[in-house]
Every structure is written in C-alpha cells, then in structure tokens.
Design a protein around this ligand. Sequence first.
Ligand SMILES: [Zn+2]
Length: 515
Amino acid sequence: MTLRCAMMMVLLSLMSSASLTAQSDSVGGPYDRLVIRGATVIDGTGSPPVGPMDVVIEGGTIVELRRTTPVDLAQGAGGAVRAPADRVIDGAGRYVMPGIIDAHTHMGSLLPDDYIPSLWLAHGITAVRVFVAGEDDQAVRLARLQRRGEAVLAPRIVLYRFWRGDDPRLWNADGAREVVREWKAAGLDGIKISGKPGLFPDVLAAISVEAAAQGMGVAVHDGQDGVAPMNAVAVAGAGVTTIEHHYGYAESTFRDRTVQDLDPDYNYGEELKRFRATARVWDEADLDVLYGDVLDTLVALSRGGRFTMVPTFSVYEDQTDLARARNLPWLEAYTMPALMDRWTPNPEVHGSFYFEWTSGDEGAWGRLFLKWLPWVNAFKNRGGLVVVGSDTGTSYHLYGFGTIREMELMQRAGFHPLEVIRSATMESARAVGTPDAGVVRPGYRADLLVLDLNPLEDLKVLYGTGVERVSRDGVATVQHGLTYTIVGGRVIEAQERLAHVAALVASARHNATRP
Ligand SMILES: [Zn+2]
C-alpha cells in the first residue's frame, strides 16, 4: 500500500466514525412530539394486529396509543390524536411493530464503525447483545458513546464479555465472583461463557450467583470443549440466563454414558473435525428422553423466568447447504472485501473451515435440523422462552440479512409469525436485559418499525433488499417492506442505510484494486 493510499484509508475510517454521529436528511428527531397516524399495530406480545391506531411518541418514549377503529370510535373509547405534533408519519396502510432485538452478535474491530450498525438499521434491528473479547472491540466504543448520550446511528448495544483471558481468577470460584463485580463496575451487562474455564461447575455456579446479584446476564455456549457432565440441562440448572446454539441438548439425553462417542483423533482445535462431529451427536440423541425429562426440566427453568434459548439456527444453515450460503443474492453488493476474505477457508479463523464439505456432512446437519427445530418449537409450546439471535459475521452469514433469516427459520420450526415477532421483540428484550423495549406500549422506548408491507404475511418483507413479486404477465418488481427504523425516537430511513452500506463496500473494493 502506498503512503497516499494509507492516508486515504485513515481518512476514510475517520469519516466513517464521524458519520455515525452526524445528522443527515435521512435521520430525524427525536421529536418533542411524533405521531404515527392510523397504522395497524403488531404490538410484540403475540396479540393479533389491530388498527387503525395512532402511536404518540415524545422524545424517546411511547406516551400514548389511540385506537381509531370504527367500533372504538362508535363506543367513544378511542379517537384520533388531534393535539399538534412536530412530525406526523402517515400510517395508513402501514404496519408498526417493535424494533427487532438480536440477542447474539459480534462486532470485533475489522470493519468500519458504521458498516455493521448500518446493516442492522436497514433490517429493523434496534438493539443488539454483542459478545466482546475486550476493550478494543468496536461495540465497546459505540456503547460508551451511547451511554454518554451521544446520538450514535446504531442500535442500542448491550455488552457481554467473554470469560477468557490471562487472569488466573477466571479459573476459580472466589476469583470469579471478584471478576464479575469488576466487570459490572466497568459497565458490562453480562458474561459470555464458551467452554472452559467458565464451564467448570464450581466456577459456573459462582458466576451465575454473582451475576444474578449484580443484575447481569450469563450466556453459555456449551459444547464438546466443555466439562462433562455439564450438558445443557446442568448448565441451565446452574442459573444461567441463556444457552446459545444447539450444543449440550443431545448429550443431556444420554443414559449409558455422559460424553459423545468421538473418534480417537478428534481435536476440538481443528474446526473441520469439530463441526463434522458436532452435528453427528444428534444421531446419538434419545428422542424419548429429549421430549421427556430434558424438555420438562428446561421448561420448568424457563417458566421460572431466568432460562431462555437462543438457538441461532441460521448460523448453521451453511453447514446444511454450502452452495446456497455462498450464492445468497445480497452477498456481492453488501459484503466488505475484508469480511469476504475472512470467509475463505482458513485454519486460523473461527467458522472458516470449508476446506472440503461433503454430502455426508450436509446430510448430518440436515438430520440435526430435522430433530432440533421441532423440539425447540415444542419447548416454546410448553411455555419455554426462545429468542432471536443470529450470530452473524461468520461464513456467508451477513449482518442484518442473517437476523431476518433466523426469523424465517423459526417459522420453519413451527412458530406462528406472531410468535416469531414476539421472540424477536418482547422476549428478546427481556432476555438481553432491556425490558423497557420490545412492546408497543406507553412508557416503553420508542424503538419501532414502520412497514409498508405486512410481516405476518411474509417475514421476507423485513429484508433490506425487499421482496421480488412477479405479476401474471411476467413483470418482476421489488417491493420494500421496511420504511423507517425508529431508535429511541430517532426516525431513520432504512433504505438510505442500505445504500450507505453499498457505498462503503464499493469504495473499499475500489481502494483494494488500486496499486
Ligand atoms: Zn457467537
């Protein structure tokens, strides 16, 4: 890279940080008084849509809902808002729902500060729980700006830190309690555990108890590098708030041993082997036990209000069908070259293990989906909490797009679209510790979406790139569902954010090809 080019890169990265806090024509508010007039409201609780309704927002808070259906008007119970407003959004023919809360994300520091947040806003994501390795993560920087009250053009960020590092206290119970208190004082909202040392039973118990006392969450990625017998039932029983992914459930059904029947040459550090083997544990699962004792125990813990499943179905879809994943229609225009580079198979990058991938591998992952998805649906039907988490950023699983895909896969599992939206909003808000959001309700945060198309008819209308419809005479048109993403009362044009991403990608590509 030439010096001139290097200076340009620095300038570009400064500009992209600045554009996160800049005002532009496509962003307005918060307003003293904003009214969305006459919309159909999907409130996030699982209730059916109702409208027309006026939604009144003052600053960053919903202050009033008024039903203006003919029956309400006739009964004198409703009535349109007549008081003056600083801005009125015409809701006629439109839908209002709470913003989507993605409970499982990562940022890192590879990409410009405004790239991932713009993809999120272009897909109606108004809050994210981000798992960070340390202080230098982009998410920490953005969360600090938000907490100082700066108008950052990004979803609200909830910070969980990985239980990893050089600190010897991470390995024992007394040390663990101290670390949890220090992390609370440092502004962290929770702890993310992925294997050892957090999965030693004494350490996990100490973390869970101290985190509950501090009002923090504990998210666990169970798995083959865990500590037997810390299967998912044991982990949930220790008092953690969320279990991510599919790991540990199949092991919970074993009755004649406690560990998977792994080959002697298995090595968790070799990701191709790891991801091949982890699907096949579901071939060993006992379905009677899975739907019996395991489900009973997990449902009881979830009804107690603390335990929630974050399946992240969509992060595994590439394992079920690699060709599909590599040819998704939005990858070309919206993936930064640096991200695409990371997705090229590389033994040093997590999730980039496709040196070879066979029909047998896709078959094993397909069988896993056939067992796992309906079981998660059964968990939900018995009263268990399941929320939307995408784990976007690894192979071909692009931010924003991947969150909407997660919602589609919940529908595939058997969730009604109203249940999918409830999982993505009200229940996700509770799971990540932001219970002031996720419902269209007075007193709640004005984190809302305004849609031109009905997401209950087709969740795909939430994709930033919209949906294609073809008329009977063969004319294709693209229709965009999401018009405005409202975060804390700020009204953001979703399509402008997506165009911004396309411009970032085009400019990065242009710079990469220059001598
Ligand atoms: Zn993850």
